[in-house]
Design a protein around this ligand. Structure first.
Ligand SMILES: C[S@@+](CC[C@H](N)C(=O)[O-])C[C@H]1O[C@@H](n2cnc3c(N)ncnc32)[C@H](O)[C@@H]1O
Length: 273
């Protein structure tokens, strides 16, 4: 059954193909090819409980593009730290940023062995810019900043993107510590974008899906409410930009004529004053 789609995957030390995993399941929902049978089974099971999960994943990637365009354009930022990068897909952060600013410098961070194995696809910088990849755990923000500081000038504003990854920080207190430390060491004018699983739209279905995920997949995750996410930005000293925390497909959409249906993946952007 599943062997065919697994044949082309590289042999990767530290990877357990029998446990569904965040980077690979996400890739499956995005229409990619880097997943194993256990990932597909979990992804399909979750989709039965939460049919809008594929729309969530795709809305999240479009949110990434709009946010990075905002950072590179209106906000005038040329340095990016993308934590919880995921498997390479279309419109990766450096591609979006360097279309607007060919000199953009981007550091990618993930701790997944398959993402590391594919990191070369993220290192296709313009000649004027730079991309770097760091195999690191977001629970160690000082290590991430020490290493990112080799590529980015931390005395100037940095745009941090943490899309679909803060939900892997289980405790609010821990999330405040990690984000507080990251943003605390960055220069004023730095920004943080988050997208996060909530239960705002589908309620019990979203909560059941997270419970299902935590029974068999890794790493574990937690849904948070819009209110919890607003509090998180406030607690780490960031000013939430308009329109605040919203369904990520409604964050500064390209057209406001006909807004898309909301999805449970909510997102927002904060600025360090
Ligand atoms: C759901 S994917 C999101 C990928 C991408 N940011 C996006 O929005 O399309 C979550 C990513 O976070 C990574 N991740 C999970 N826990 C992590 C941790 N403790 N440190 C670094 N990365 C982590 C996973 O490996 C995966 O690639």
């Amino acid at each position: 059954m599943g062997e065919r789609f697994e044949e082309h995957l590289p042999s990767v030390p530290g990877l357990d193909p029998n446990v569904a995993n965040s980077a690979r399941v996400w890739d499956y929902w995005l229409g990619g090819h880097q997943f194993y049978e256990a990932d597909k089974a979990m992804a399909d099971e979750i989709e039965r409980v939460l049919p809008d999960i594929v729309a969530q994943a795709r809305a999240d990637r479009l949110f990434l593009s709009r946010v990075v365009e905002f950072f590179a354009g209106e906000a005038g930022i040329g340095q990016f730290l993308d934590i919880g990068t995921g498997l390479p897909t279309s419109n990766n952060t450096h591609e979006v940023a360097q279309r607007l600013r060919p000199d953009a410098r981007v550091v990618y961070v993930d701790n997944d062995p398959l993402v590391l194995a594919h990191a070369r696809a993220l290192l296709t910088s313009t000649p004027q810019g730079v991309t770097a990849y760091l195999d690191a755990d977001l629970h160690d923000p000082d290590h991430i900043l020490d290493e990112a500081g080799r590529t980015l000038d931390l005395d100037r504003p940095v745009a941090v993107t943490m899309l679909g990854v803060v939900w892997h920080i289980m405790e609010d207190e821990q999330a405040r510590r990690i984000l507080g430390r990251l943003m605390g060491r960055l220069a004023p004018g730095s920004h943080l974008a988050i997208s996060h699983q909530t239960d705002e739209v589908t309620g019990v279905r979203a909560r059941d899906a997270v419970e299902m995920w935590n029974r068999d997949a890794a790493p574990k995750g937690v849904w948070r409410s819009k209110r919890q996410l607003e509090d998180l930005f406030g607690a780490v000293g960031l000013e939430l930009l308009e329109p605040g925390i919203v369904s990520c497909n409604r964050w500064r959409p390209e057209t406001t004529d006909l807004l898309p249906d909301e999805v449970d993946q909510f997102g927002g952007v904060g600025r360090k004053p």
